[in-house]
Design a protein around this ligand. Structure first.
Ligand code: BGC
Length: 882
């Protein structure tokens, strides 16, 4: 039986059982105990390999449960270590964890004996359209004949003999492109490896344990299939190939240690042979085309006849930019059984029932000679027919399968799509049971949950989570279909909500690492990370300025949000030089008045609905709002910078940013607001920013709040905010005596609103507030953009009542707003210390509330006129409704 006090969620470098870590391990765990005032008084960590103890921390007397650095002898690569922690509490009880695992891949540059290899071939000439105007006008669409433009993935193989008893063996593999890695005919490569990073400066390698595999003495075969992926594929907003290079390449090294103490490396070099195989092409966006009759069956098995295969070419790309995989891999997260629809036009369509990121897999009866196609889209048209809402160069989202047998199993490897519907052609009969929709993403723990008495809000929260799930494939993306880029603004807007719903620490840390690498010499943060050469086309006419307020600001806002959730100072410290450099760029461009920053190009309060319906042009929202939006964000980031500097003990900087912040605030109110609080432009979002970031005098503020309310009422009590202001809209109202109006916007079903989407059957958060127009028209926009899901943060704090008072939830304020119009709400959050839960419910004249706080934390619970200081534990209350 489990005792009251127990340990769960052991993490090494913020990952669960990571394979092949490249850094000294740090260990973390969470505690659970339902009794009051429990805290850890000591811990002891043991690291072992099989039965041999490698490190014993000894009993360490403190309550730390996070980031305990390994301090034993040097660890070896390629072997699996087990670790266990024992935690003792103030009741004198002990909790002993399970054994968790990790292995190391701390490879220095001289480790690599392998050579980068590639196919000696001429690739098809790049004919992609690079005319920005044509691309943005929608004139360039998907490919009619992708095979004419796309190159085929390459198969590699090599045999080797292992004739001694193996003590340990591990393969270290990476690519320019994406690879599947095979040993003795079995695919063992991670999905979409080596994943998407800032390739010009950083590529990760993966580690695979082969100890068991190579223990069979004899001839073995190692193989790989290498596809374009992000490296040479048709990626990003503009769908232009060769963003990082002109040809894919592969690198692998199998390091074997024998029982007799000798070592051997099997490496990629000119002895590797290559050929084409079943894949006619495989592009992340356009889709895959697989001809099963062309598969070189058994190509990765010993004894395969590789006559006609050619020697690989070696290339010198160096090893300096390689680091070990630093976050959990992309994998199939869950599977969905689709429903079959026959559309009015007679199309055969599979419906996943929800908008997801992934692919369609099947095993079904086929016959040779047919071609099966699977085309993916997010919505049906008004009549219920298939409708391709994803448009743009190379954005086919279509897989093509040419069977060889009477039964075919197809599992895409080198592509994925953002979709709910799949149009199937080529099969006489489609049996939906034969199809599975696979949801993919970077594996992360789900940490947040929220439910309440209003099913519309429950659906909204589900949609927000689903949009996050669909946009966390290697990097935080804007959408999983059209662009799939690491748009910095989107991640900035959604940062807090992202940290609530999932444990994003190692995932975001890797992205921030790439952001540091991609920062331009003058301090700018590119619009997307990893940066894309083709996005320079977005910069037409802007000189050297290629960043934007609210987007580049991610480098300050995201680490700050992560610090609130993970209480890990290294997140701030590692990124502090990047933040300062960015702030310096902003300040340099702000001029004496500090207003000039807004005169450069910015996305402004992107996608304001009224401007969108008036002009149909998103750039118009940018032009009209950029000056105020840029300066408001400048005030916000200087404010955060002074706080961050204080945490890091950079006292001079605290003073510097505080003074700068004061000047910005003064100049903002002078420049954009009259004495009565009226702004130059009557836009809700600009009022929100001015009020929320304290940019107004007391007198102006009172007038501005009135104006904001008037604008909302004039819009029929609907919101009219864009990207930058929406996270603060409801809080601004709530905190300024207008909470009733805040809730009216939250529960509003008229467009534009969150529940308008829900009412229209959304299963994810849309890019535009009215991606489906009130008349039912489906627009060709994305239906899976997490940015506007940032409202989740408000819901959790105000309705759920969960407020972080000290980073990491060390101290929590529980203060639900019972006047939120709901009958009950339940929230739980698996913080770094353990589970926090709040449940409240109205029953006749009473309110019942239950609060749970994990060991090592404390909080205060605020209700009616009470403010109770509490330690951890479970608390139950009943009190009269006000
Ligand atoms: C993306 C956004 C992004 C924006 C820049 C769009 O095309 O999908 O989410 O932030 O461009 O304004």
């Amino acid at each position: 039986m489990r005792s009251n006090y127990f340990i769960y969620r052991q993490q090494c470098l913020h990952q669960t059982n990571p394979r092949g870590i490249g850094k000294n391990p740090v260990f973390s765990w969470k505690l659970q105990d339902s009794r009051k005032n429990v805290f850890q008084v000591s811990y002891q960590i043991i690291v072992k390999n099989e039965s041999e103890i490698v490190w014993d921390s000894g009993i360490v007397e403190n309550e730390n449960t996070r980031n305990i650095a390994y301090a034993g002898p040097q660890l070896s690569n390629g072997i699996t270590y087990q670790w266990q922690v024992t935690s003792r509490n103030n009741y004198g009880e002990e909790a002993v964890s399970d054994w968790a695992e990790f292995s190391c891949a701390m490879l220095s540059v001289d480790f690599w004996k392998a050579k980068w290899i590639q196919a000696a071939r001429e690739r098809k000439p790049l004919t992609d359209c690079t005319d920005f105007g044509a691309l943005m006008s929608g004139a360039v669409g998907g490919l009619e004949h992708p095979e004419e433009v796309l190159d085929s993935p390459v198969y590699f193989r090599k045999e080797f003999i292992s004739c001694k008893h193996v003590k340990s063996a591990a393969a270290y593999v990476t690519a320019r492109g994406i690879y599947d890695f095979l040993i003795d005919g079995k695919s063992i490569g991670n999905r979409l490896a080596p994943e998407y990073t800032a390739y010009k400066k950083h590529i990760e390698f993966q580690s695979y344990d082969l100890t068991e595999q190579l223990n069979k003495k004899g001839t073995h075969a190692v193989g790989a299939i290498l596809a374009d992926g992000w490296y040479t594929g048709k990626i990003g907003l503009l769908g232009i190939g060769n963003q990082y290079g002109e040809e894919n390449a592969l690198l692998f090294q199998i390091h074997i240690e024998y029982e007799d103490g000798t070592q051997e490396d099997i490496v990629s070099d000119e002895t590797v042979k290559w050929n084409y195989g079943a894949y006619c092409y495989a592009d992340l966006y356009a889709g895959e085309c697989v001809d099963f009759s062309a598969e070189p069956v058994g190509f990765c098995e010993a004894g395969f006849n590789d006559e006609g295969w050619k020697a690989a070419e070696t290339v010198d790309y160096g090893y300096e930019n390689l680091t070990a995989q630093s976050t959990e891999p992309v994998m199939i997260l869950r599977e969905i059984k689709p429903k079959l629809l026959r559309t009015p036009k007679g199309e055969t369509v599979l419906d996943a029932g929800e908008d997801i990121c992934g692919f369609t897999m099947f095993e079904t009866d086929t016959k040779p000679g047919i071609e099966i196609t699977l085309e993916h889209s997010e919505v049906l048209d008004q009549e219920g027919n298939f409708f391709q809402n994803i448009v743009g160069q190379h954005k086919n989202q279509k897989d093509r399968i040419l069977p060889k047998e009477t039964r075919t199993k197809y599992l895409p490897k080198f592509t994925f799509h953002g979709f709910r519907y799949v149009k199937v052609t080529g099969l006489q009969e489609v049996n939906p049971d034969d199809f599975t929709i696979c949801v993919i993403g970077s594996r992360m723990d789900k940490t947040g949950s929220f439910t309440c008495s209003d099913d519309r809000i429950n659906q909204l929260m589900k949609n927000i989570y689903r949009s996050q799930e669909g946009n966390m494939v290697c990097i935080p993306t804007d959408c999983p279909q059209r662009e799939r880029e690491g748009w910095t603004g989107d991640a900035q807007v959604y940062a807090q909500s992202a940290c609530f719903h999932m444990d994003v620490q190692s995932f975001m840390e890797r992205w921030l690492y790439d952001m540091r690498l991609e920062q331009l010499p003058d301090g700018q943060i590119p619009h997307v990370v990893p940066d894309l050469e083709s996005n320079k086309l977005l910069n037409g006419g802007n000189g050297t300025h290629e960043s934007s307020a609210g987007w580049g600001d991610v480098c300050v806002i995201l680490p700050y949000a992560m610090y609130q959730f993970y209480a890990d100072e290294t997140i701030l410290r590692d990124n502090y030089p990047m933040m300062k450099h960015w702030m310096q760029y902003v300040e340099e461009n702000a001029g004496e008045s500090l207003c000039d920053w807004g005169k450069l190009f910015h996305f402004g309060d992107w996608l304001i609905p009224s401007i969108m319906s008036e002009t149909g042009n998103p750039v118009e929202t940018a032009i009209r709002t950029k000056e105020e939006a840029a300066m408001a964000m400048f005030a916000y980031t200087t404010d955060l910078m002074s706080e961050i500097a204080a945490i890091l003990g950079e006292l001079e900087d605290v003073d510097y940013y505080m003074k700068l912040n004061q000047r910005i605030r003064q100049n903002f109110s002078r420049e954009f607001v009259d004495g009565k609080g009226k702004m130059r432009q009557p836009l809700q979002g600009l009022y929100v920013l001015a009020i929320y970031f304290h940019l107004l005098s007391e007198e102006q503020k009172a007038g501005a709040i009135q104006e904001l309310c008037r604008l909302i009422h004039d819009a029929g009590d609907t919101l009219d905010t864009g990207f930058i202001s929406v996270p603060f809209l409801l809080d601004t109202l709530w905190e300024n005596g207008q909470k009733e109006l805040a809730y009216r916007l939250l529960y509003q079903e008229k467009a534009p609103s969150w529940l308008y989407e829900v009412k229209n059957g959304a299963t994810t958060i849309w890019e535009k507030w009215v991606s489906i127009l009130p008349d039912g028209t489906r627009t060709c926009t994305s239906y899976n953009h997490f940015a506007f899901g940032c409202v989740s943060d408000f819901i959790c704090r105000k309705i759920g009542g969960l407020n972080i008072e000290e980073p990491g939830c060390k101290k929590i304020r529980i203060q639900p707003d019972f006047d939120c119009g709901l009958r009950f709400a339940k929230i739980s959050f698996d913080s770094i210390y353990g589970k926090i839960a709040v449940e409240w419910e109205k029953e006749n004249t009473l309110i019942k509330m239950r609060v749970e706080l994990p060991p090592n934390t404390s909080g205060h619970i605020v209700y009616r006129d009470k403010n109770l200081e509490v330690g951890n534990g479970i608390y139950e209350f009943e009190f009269d409704r006000p």
